[in-house]
Write a protein of this length. Structure first.
Length: 349
């Protein structure tokens, strides 16, 4: 008999618990083994029931979801999917949860609109099945903290950047980005584009978190923004990001590619014919194959590609696909990627 994926639901709303339980019950491979209404109760039940995956709200009595998440990761590391509302107020703590080790998040069902859910009926099931396969252990769940607000490099005009760095990521990406972007030197002679699979609102909060912790400038991209040395622009959720021949950002909502928007492939292909050998593509953790076609196009015009290794990837899907396609120049652990980007850009020998 195939072992079912055991799920613990943590939410102080009986409505949410019931809705999520019913949705998960529709899948034969998943079994809800319990629920908890507070962070304190969640920690106790994780230790007692040993679920394969936990879904957890951020706002709860006694102990909030962020505090409970940190305790779970420290005491009994378990894949956690956060339940979040699609609001500006919920976006920032959700991004922090991903930094603290949560695998992913899901837009929770609305009590006011019983049939609504921005992520679709089957998305939570897919996320749970993926989370159950995700690497989570004590060594890889050390809590990331924003210890200081770094002084920013001064950006002056378009500049002559040596490289255009394109970083693509998906599941596990926010946590990976927090270990790459803040470690880039302030004088890096590169313009940077970041494509993270994430809904609207959340990309802005992630960009703001990266900006605060980085020496370079980081912002959510806007239509018409100019590529500049020392500036990282992140594709907004639900928008593909391309670049025109004048080095200006162009956003669009053309159909999804491989089920996602923004698409890493779209961005990579858009810049390949313009910047050619100046391009450095970086493919981080994520499910699926987005970034593979784009990387092949970059390689064809003389650019270079880095990929995160299996051991440090939360989900070794996208990096594996790029590597298997023969497009990768170097496969590296996450801790070495920022340094390698700096070397490729000529910052260090």
């Amino acid at each position: 008999m195939i072992k079912k994926i055991h799920v613990l639901i943590v939410d102080d709303s009986g409505y949410v618990v019931n809705v999520v339980s019913k949705r998960l019950a529709s899948d034969y491979d998943i079994q809800v083994i319990g629920s908890a209404r507070t962070g304190v109760e969640a920690i106790e039940k994780v230790k007692e029931l040993r679920p394969d995956v936990v879904t957890m709200d951020i706002v709860m009595p006694q102990m909030d979801g962020l505090t409970a998440l940190k305790r779970i990761m420290a005491e009994c590391p378990t894949p956690v999917i956060m339940l979040s509302a699609l609001t500006r107020e919920n976006a920032e703590p959700t991004i922090r949860a991903l930094e603290y080790g949560a695998v992913d998040f899901f837009l929770k069902p609305s009590a006011l609109k019983p049939d609504s859910n921005g992520s679709g009926d089957d998305t939570l099931i897919k996320k749970i099945k993926l989370a159950a396969k995700t690497r989570v252990n004590g060594k890889k769940t050390d809590i990331l903290t924003l210890t200081s607000i770094k002084k920013k490099a001064v950006i002056t005009g378009h500049g002559m950047f040596k490289k255009l760095v394109i970083i693509g990521s998906s599941t596990g990406g926010p946590r990976a980005l927090m270990q790459v972007v803040p470690n880039l030197p302030e004088d890096i002679p590169a313009a940077i584009l970041i494509v993270q699979h994430m809904p609207p609102v959340f990309t802005r909060s992630l960009a703001e978190r990266l900006h605060l912790s980085s020496a370079i400038q980081v912002a959510e991209a806007k239509d018409g923004d100019e590529l500049k040395r020392g500036l990282a622009l992140m594709a907004p959720g639900d928008y593909h990001m391309t670049v025109n021949e004048n080095g200006r950002i162009c956003l669009n909502q053309e159909p999804t590619v491989l089920g996602v928007r923004p698409s890493i492939d779209i961005t990579m292909r858009a810049v390949a014919g313009i910047y050619k050998k100046k391009i450095l593509g970086v493919v981080l953790t994520g499910m699926g194959t987005d970034g593979t076609l784009g990387s092949s196009v970059i390689k064809a015009v003389g650019g270079r590609i880095l990929a995160q290794d299996e051991a440090t990837s939360a989900v070794y899907g996208m990096p594996a696909s790029v590597a298997q396609a023969g497009c990768v120049d170097k496969v590296l652990p996450l801790s070495e990627i920022a340094g390698e980007i700096a070397r490729e850009c000529g910052c260090v020998e």
